[in-house]
Each structure stands twice: as structure tokens, then as C-alpha cells.
Design a protein around this ligand. Structure first.
Ligand code: ADP
Length: 425
């Protein structure tokens, strides 16, 4: 199997989001969890998204992991690799986007196109400045992000501070003139010693132009929007026949029990939990007791055991921002976060051991921890539940076939949990 498009995603839910976009735009896509072992048999696909957990790790570690994934993808035929980052460019000045981009480029003298634009979700880039909806990045809620507060909307500067090379700009006027104009601009920039360029994009047609150019280069960096451009370029070039939607195979029923585990504390997740409470049993974990020992975990598993044969259950660590702050100030942000992730992933694994085969997980880090604990090697991408969240079917899972939905905190409407379960049989 030769892969036409490879991607390395800096987190798991971002990987699902990209894989969903590629699938919707005509590519048969698989999401792997880390670099697959030699025994994993992947189906015939056009694109592989290798999910890593490197968004918030030190740059050298991120570079090592991404380079290994790149080697794996290139060995399987990928001639272009997209480094998938968050559409809000989540990173600090000591962040990974610059170092990983440069590491993946090494050996190639081609310019790297970089854009986090994803108009479908309100992320647009104009004159190098990232907008989240109507707000510049540094005025959006991302300015208060607990791990990567974004205080500068000018991505030429942001990426420049993370890079050893010089970062340039491909402005909207050039992008609007089409692929040849973009190529000419990249040649001009390269002649002046620039190694990577932030590209403006406001509309999907801009991403189609950028995808057409990027596809002929070695590596690009961007969010799902650039994935859309690359997928459409592959279809337009005739390398992939247009296929609409996910393969029916991805949602063949798996049976078994169903559960939802939530560790996201985002506003959207809190609202989804409140709505789920009206139709399903919901257990709110006590975070203090979770941190104190295994009693709260055991009680949760036993609570679920009493109810789950009658229908789906929800177990949530999620709390309001005030409660989260309080816990973090007592135990530290990382320590409390990791302890709760460890508890929710343990609970998820115990539920699977007790027959759960349909599992919805809310929270990016929460999903990553649970998928790791379950040891799931890869996913086939199914239909979309909500923008950015597809149904996932496990590939090569030792517990047998499962259907999952991994929801990044802010994604999904109020009825997301019921909507997800309605698509997973
Ligand atoms: P999101 O996608 O919404 O950012 P994540 O799962 O990535 O969600 O992050 C949520 C973090 O909050 C996780 O580390 C999780 O363990 C932690 N967490 C969950 N519940 C609580 C709580 N009650 N108090 C403090 N931290 C919590």
C-alpha cells in the first residue's frame, strides 16, 4: 500500500479532526496512534495521520517523535507530509511548531508553507495575522489558555521566534492570484534566504490554491484547512478518485455496551453533560477524592456496573473553571490534570474490560490518555458526528472491534453525546 498523503498530528483529537476532513474531501484515511508496530495490518488507504502527543512537550522530544513518524510515512510512499497543528497555533515561544517544521524540512531546499487557517471553524489568516472568529488571536479566549497563552496574532513573528531560519509571508493578494503566483512568491522568498512562509487564507478556495502548491513540496504545516486543500488537490489531480463520505465498513455495528467518559472542563462539555443528565445516568466524580486514592475510582466502576446493562452511562470529572482553579492551586496544574487523566483512563479501560465497545471520550488530553491506556493501535474514519469529530472504528484492537468518538473540549453541540451514541451501534 503506497500512501499518497502522510500527516503527523501533534495531538489525538486534532488527528481525528484532520482525518475527518481528509475523509470528507475524498481520501480513504486511517489514523494511527503513534507509529504502528510491524504487526499492524492497515487497510488500503490514501492517507495516514500518525497521532502523536507532542503539543506541549519540550521541542527536542517533539522533534524526535515527529522525525520518526516522518520516516515511517516516507517509507510507505508519502511524498508530502503535513505537520498538523492546532488551528489556533497553540504553542509558546519555546514551542514545537518551528523546530518540528524545520526538522521535517531538513534535507529539502523547498520552502515550507505554513497556515493554520480553517474557515469552516472561523480561523482565518490575513497579512499573517490569525483571527479566531472576529477577534485577532491575542484578543480571543486563547490569550488565557492555561498551557499556551497566545499574546501575538502575527504568526510571522510567532513562528519566527520559534525558528532558526527566517519566516516570510505569502499575502492574500498573491494567494488570490492562484498557484502559479504563490509558487513565484515562494521562489522570491527563497532567493532571499527565507525557509518557511505563513500563507494567508480566508476562504476554502485559498486553501485549495495552497494545497495545490504544497502537494508538490516536501512538507507543509497547518491545521485541517490545509488538509482540505491537499485532499482536494489530490482528487483534482486525478491521483485519487472522488469518494464521498466514509466507508460503510467504518460503522458496521460492534454491539456491546456504551459509555461516555468526560475529563474536559470546557464550556461546551459542561453544557453537553447538563443535557445528557436529562436522559442518561451521569456520575460526577469528586476530584478531591480522585486525587486521594483508588476508592473513588472503584466506586465509579461499581456505580457503572449496576446501571450499564440497561443503557449508556456517563462518568465525568469535568468541573467549572472556578473548581478547576481551586484544585490546581492546591495540587498544581500538571499534577492535578495528570492524576485526573490517569483516573478517567483507568475507568475507561475498566469499562471496556466489562464489555463496553462503544465509547465516547470528551477532552483532548483525556482522550489521549484513555486511548493509550486501551492500547488501541489505529482507527478507520467513519462519518462525522459534529464538525471535527468523526466516528472512529478501531483497527487491530486486542479487545475486538470498538467504535469511539474522541471529542476535543469545545467541539459539538448541546446534544453531542446522544448524537454520537445514535451513530454507534
Ligand atoms: P479539553 O479538550 O477541553 O482541553 P482536556 O482533556 O484536553 O480537555 O483537558 C482537561 C484537563 O482537565 C485534563 O488534564 C483533565 O484531567 C483535567 N481535569 C478534569 N477534571 C478536572 C477537575 N475537576 N479539576 C481539575 N482538572 C480537571
Amino acid at each position: 500500500m503506497a500512501i499518497l498523503l502522510g500527516s503527523i498530528a501533534d495531538d489525538y483529537t486534532g488527528a481525528s479532526d484532520l482525518a475527518n476532513t481528509l475523509t470528507k474531501n475524498g481520501l480513504r484515511t486511517v489514523q494511527t496512534v503513534g507509529i504502528p508496530g510491524p504487526s499492524l495490518v492497515l487497510p488500503e488507504v490514501d492517507a495516514v495521520v500518525v497521532s502523536l502527543k507532542i503539543r506541549s512537550v519540550a521541542a527536542p522530544e517533539a522533534v524526535r517523535a515527529a522525525t520518526a513518524a516522518d520516516t515511517w510515512l516516507r517509507q510507505r510512499g508519502a511524498s508530502h507530509v503535513l505537520y498538523k497543528i492546532c488551528s489556533t497555533f497553540d504553542s509558546t515561544d519555546a514551542g514545537n511548531i518551528g523546530p518540528v517544521t524545520e526538522a521535517l524540512k531538513s534535507g529539502s531546499d523547498q520552502m515550507v508553507l505554513v497556515t493554520p487557517a480553517f474557515p469552516e471553524t472561523g480561523r482565518t489568516v490575513y497579512l499573517g495575522h490569525l483571527f479566531v472568529g472576529e477577534q485577532p488571536l491575542n484578543e480571543s479566549p486563547l490569550k488565557d489558555h492555561p498551557l499556551n497563552p497566545m499574546h501575538d496574532a502575527n504568526l510571522v513573528r510567532v513562528l519566527g521566534r520559534q525558528s532558526s531560519g527566517t519566516v516570510g509571508l505569502v499575502g492574500l493578494a498573491t494567494v488570490s492570484d492562484g498557484p502559479e503566483a504563490v509558487k513565484a512568491r515562494l521562489d522570491t522568498l527563497r532567493a532571499t534566504g527565507v525557509t518557511a512562509a505563513i500563507a494567508d487564507a480566508i476562504f476554502e478556495r485559498d486553501l485549495e490554491t495552497l494545497g495545490t502548491v504544497a502537494l508538490k513540496t516536501w512538507v507543509s504545516t497547518g491545521a485541517s484547512g490545509l488538509g482540505l486543500g491537499l485532499a482536494r488537490a489530490l482528487v483534482r489531480s486525478g491521483q485519487v478518485p472522488l469518494r464521498t463520505g466514509a466507508t460503510a465498513d467504518a460503522i458496521r455495528p460492534v454491539g456491546g455496551l456504551a459509555a461516555i467518559v468526560a475529563g474536559s472542563c470546557s464550556r461546551a462539555t459542561l453544557q453537553q453533560l447538563a443535557i445528557a443528565e436529562q436522559s442518561m445516568p451521569v456520575l460526577r466524580l469528586d476530584p478531591e477524592r480522585l486525587l486521594a486514592g483508588s476508592q473513588e475510582i472503584n466506586a465509579a466502576i461499581s456505580w457503572a456496573g449496576d446501571r450499564i446493562s440497561a443503557g449508556p452511562v456517563v462518568i465525568a470529572a469535568s468541573a467549572t473553571p472556578e473548581a478547576v482553579c481551586q484544585l490546581q492551586s492546591r495540587y498544581g496544574r500538571d499534577a492535578s490534570g495528570h492524576a485526573i487523566e490517569s483516573a478517567t483512563s483507568f475507568i475507561a479501560a475498566e469499562l471496556v474490560a466489562r464489555g463496553v465497545r462503544r465509547l465516547v471520550i470528551a477532552g483532548g488530553e483525556t482522550s489521549g490518555a484513555a486511548v493509550d491506556r486501551l492500547g488501541i493501535p489505529a482507527f478507520l474514519i467513519g462519518p462525522e458526528i459534529a464538525p471535527g469529530v468523526p466516528v472512529l472504528r478501531t483497527i487491530g484492537n486486542v479487545q475486538g472491534d470498538m467504535l469511539l468518538a474522541l471529542k476535543s473540549g469545545n467541539f459539538g453541540g448541546g446534544d453531542f453525546f446522544a448524537a454520537a451514541l445514535a451513530m454507534m451501534h
